[in-house]
Design a protein around this ligand. Structure first.
Ligand SMILES: Nc1nc2c(ncn2[C@@H]2O[C@H](COP(=O)(O)OP(=O)(O)OP(=O)(O)O)[C@@H](O)[C@H]2O)c(=O)[nH]1
Ligand SMILES: [Mg+2]
Length: 384
């Protein structure tokens, strides 16, 4: 799942490690050079040179004052000046970094890898504002961080990357099961989204998911628009042994869903799962219809369904559906197909509503609770 993004995140880590390693090597060399110079210049030598200096000053008057004095004195002073330079603050800092085995990540160490990461995220269909947020967090978490040379660079970068991703992905996250448990029954859940993304299939999966947790459900087919919609959902209802409420094609979707709620109330059913026709987020009429459903049925939850493979399009649609009839969360389907992962990373941040489930196949069992940390660990290869 999201293999190419996983690869790109891996190479970002390697890039930072590489540049940190180069830096560490350069510093180690500088330290080695300094260390070579150092013995001539530190305390014992300093004493030696001061004693020679002393000797030369005392000797100077009687000995070869004219010729030898200025020259050898200059010769003695030069190395002493060198010693002052390499023994100055820069040297002290490097010496300390050698002694403690630590170095500091600077902006220049991460800038080039971050540029690469930015490209990679955009190519993976991560939304622009989400990319900015991720990069800002990584900068915040890495630059100025002291770390023990290359070994722990991985740790620092890994932690920063993980935090940056978890932060944007887990926006608005809530526990779906807890919300279902706490809700007054019947709980009404409406599924919206564009054509063919997996709304009806997700409803069927959800009916099974709820049954496994001890909740009864009734399906109500608010897709009165598409020919064959009743027959399709009926197959699922039969396979799952669930009651299905339908009206004729062309009927009012809000009325079907309303009937679903009445049925649930009369029969002590826990959850109403309401399907709707696929609609374009740009079609005003159909979006108005969604608003009407909202008013008439007053759903407890509206779940936006889209497919992971739609990338940026899914992100924009999520935004527009949320504007038209406020969504509570997203089901991202077809995560089993090869997709870029941008939608999974961006939707929560863009809508302020969490992704709650991933569709990971066509079977009823292929509905996976979305766990941001688990996804991020998967992307970073930390899932063992
Ligand atoms: N691989 C895969 N296929 C899926 C998944 N979810 C749905 N599908 C398939 O996607 C196709 C469309 O699914 P539907 O449930 O009919 O989609 P819909 O949104 O109800 O479509 P409309 O009612 O026409 O708008 C079907 O072939 C499903 O089997 C998933 O998570 N993974
Ligand atoms: Mg459908």
């Amino acid at each position: 799942m999201f293999d190419s993004l996983k690869e790109k995140l891996g190479s970002f880590r390697e890039d930072v490690e590489e540049s940190a390693e180069e830096k560490a090597e350069a510093e180690a060399e500088a330290d080695a050079d300094a260390a070579e110079d150092a013995p001539d210049t530190d305390s014992s030598d300093a004493e030696a040179s001061s004693s020679t200096a002393h000797a030369s000053t005392t000797d100077a008057p009687d000995a070869t004052a004219e010729s030898a004095d200025p020259e050898p004195a200059g010769g003695d002073v030069d190395p002493a000046e060198d010693a002052d330079e390499s023994g100055g603050p820069g040297f002290a800092k490097r010496a300390k970094s050698v002694a403690t085995g630590q170095t500091i990540i600077e902006e220049e160490d991460v800038e080039a890898p971050l540029d690469e990461l930015e490209m990679a995220l955009l190519q993976s269909d991560v939304e622009l504002t989400v990319v900015d947020e991720i990069l800002a967090t990584i900068r915040e978490e890495t630059i100025g961080e002291t770390h023990r040379f290359t070994k722990s660079t991985t740790g620092v970068v890994q932690r920063a990357l993980r935090k940056a991703l978890v932060d944007v992905i887990s926006v608005g996250q809530f526990d779906f099961d807890e919300r279902v448990a706490a809700a007054d029954k019947p709980l009404v859940i409406i599924f919206t989204g564009v054509n063919g993304v997996g709304k009806t299939t997700s409803i069927a999966k959800m009916a099974q998911y709820l049954e496994e947790r001890g909740y009864s459900s009734v399906l109500a087919n608010g897709d009165t628009y598409r020919a064959g919609a009743n027959e399709q959902i009926e197959e699922h209802a039969e396979a799952l042994d669930k009651k299905l409420i339908t009206h004729q094609q062309g009927g009012d979707p809000a009325a079907v869903l309303y009937d679903g709620v009445e049925y649930a109330e009369a029969n002590d059913v826990d959850v109403v799962l309401g399907d709707t026709a696929g609609r374009l987020h740009t079609s005003d009429d159909l979006m108005e219809q969604l608003e009407k459903i909202d008013r008439v049925v007053e759903p407890d939850m509206t779940l936006f369904v889209d497919e992971a493979v739609a990338g940026q399009d899914a992100v924009q649609r999520a935004r527009q559906f949320n504007d038209a009839a406020e969504i509570d969360g997203t089901i991202l389907t077809k995560a089993d197909a090869d997709s870029q992962g941008g939608a999974a990373i961006s939707i929560a941040h863009v809508t302020g509503k969490p992704i709650l489930f991933l569709g990971v196949g066509q079977g009823y069992e292929h509905l996976e609770t979305f766990e941001p940390e688990r996804l991020v660990d998967r992307l970073l290869g930390l899932d063992g």
